[in-house]
Design a protein around this ligand. Structure first.
Ligand SMILES: [Zn+2]
Ligand SMILES: [Zn+2]
Length: 290
């Protein structure tokens, strides 16, 4: 006979409110709860806002979203610069985007957090720069390239000044701006950023690090965009073969690199062919002019 389902917090069944699966590792009634009961539990244990006190795994799906929204309701009326309010707003932005697919809702919170940080911390504080970079990425993911571009440029410029050209965060920002130009079809603007970030990552992280492989792939696409199929395909091949060796064939990045390579190869065969395929980008520098 089936066990009667109930909420693990209050032990009542579904009559009180909808019983939701928590999306953690708990099974049966241990993995079911009323959202209101989870909110009460979380008010006593701050970790319970995001993860199950029994199995310690993070909540996923609707429970994750409803808890993040409930937590926001508790702090949203505090002064804008309240540290916990900002923290909760940031978490909710990520949850809206990743668990609910609500890009517009995430964007609105990110904009709010950024404006508070600019006002209270200044434009070049590391937290402000984080916010600027995240907002730029969010705009880019939503296809708002014109909104993303000035933010991405601002983040990179400020990181160069405050952290230096070769700081890990600066390099992430540089690659992000390069990728943004690439998406916009602005290959000449993307090129120097892709070259600089790849060069720094090869030196600092080695040729097999995932960040380096991403940069190799990005510069490869940039060369292809500029019409240099030989240099482009050589890099796309390097990205694909290194990823296969380091990450394995089944890894999503490897599959992405392999599909780009296959696509560009078939396009390249129809264009210039592989006449300069043996030229490395170093021995065949392409100097784009504005
Ligand atoms: Zn309950
Ligand atoms: Zn659990």
């Amino acid at each position: 006979m089936a066990e009667e389902l109930c909420c693990w917090v209050c032990c009542d069944g579904p009559d009180r409110a909808e019983l939701l699966p928590m999306g953690c590792a708990c099974r049966g009634s241990a993995g079911l709860a009323h959202v209101a009961c989870l909110v009460l539990a979380a008010e006593h244990n701050v970790n319970s806002w995001t993860s199950c006190p029994t199995c310690k795994q993070e909540y996923t799906g609707r429970v994750d979203v409803l808890l993040a929204e409930a937590r926001w309701e508790l702090v949203r009326h505090r002064p804008e610069e309240d540290a916990e309010r900002l923290f909760v707003a940031n978490n909710l932005a990520v949850t809206r985007k990743e668990s609910a697919g609500d890009n517009a809702g995430a964007l609105q919170l990110m904009e709010e957090v950024l404006s508070v940080r600019r006002r209270t911390l200044g434009d070049e504080h590391p937290h402000t720069l984080d916010s600027i970079a995240n907002l730029a990425l969010q705009h880019a993911e939503m296809g708002h390239y014109d909104a993303a571009l000035p933010l991405s440029e601002e983040a990179l410029g400020a990181m160069r000044r405050t952290l230096g050209d070769e700081h890990e965060h600066t390099l992430v920002s540089m690659a992000a701006l390069g990728a943004l130009h690439l998406h916009m079809g602005q290959f000449r603007a993307a090129w120097p950023l892709c070259v600089e970030s790849l060069d720094a990552r090869r030196r600092m992280l080695g040729n097999c690090h995932l960040e380096t492989i991403n940069s190799i792939h990005l510069l490869g696409r940039c060369f292809v965009g500029l019409g240099d199929w030989g240099a482009g395909l050589a890099l796309l091949e390097e990205a694909q073969s290194t990823a296969t060796r380091v990450l394995g064939e089944g890894h999503p990045s490897t599959q992405h690199f392999a599909s780009t390579l296959a696509k560009e190869k078939s396009r390249g065969d129809g264009a210039e062919g592989a006449a300069s395929a043996t030229n490395s980008p170093e021995s065949h520098p392409l100097q784009p002019s504005p």
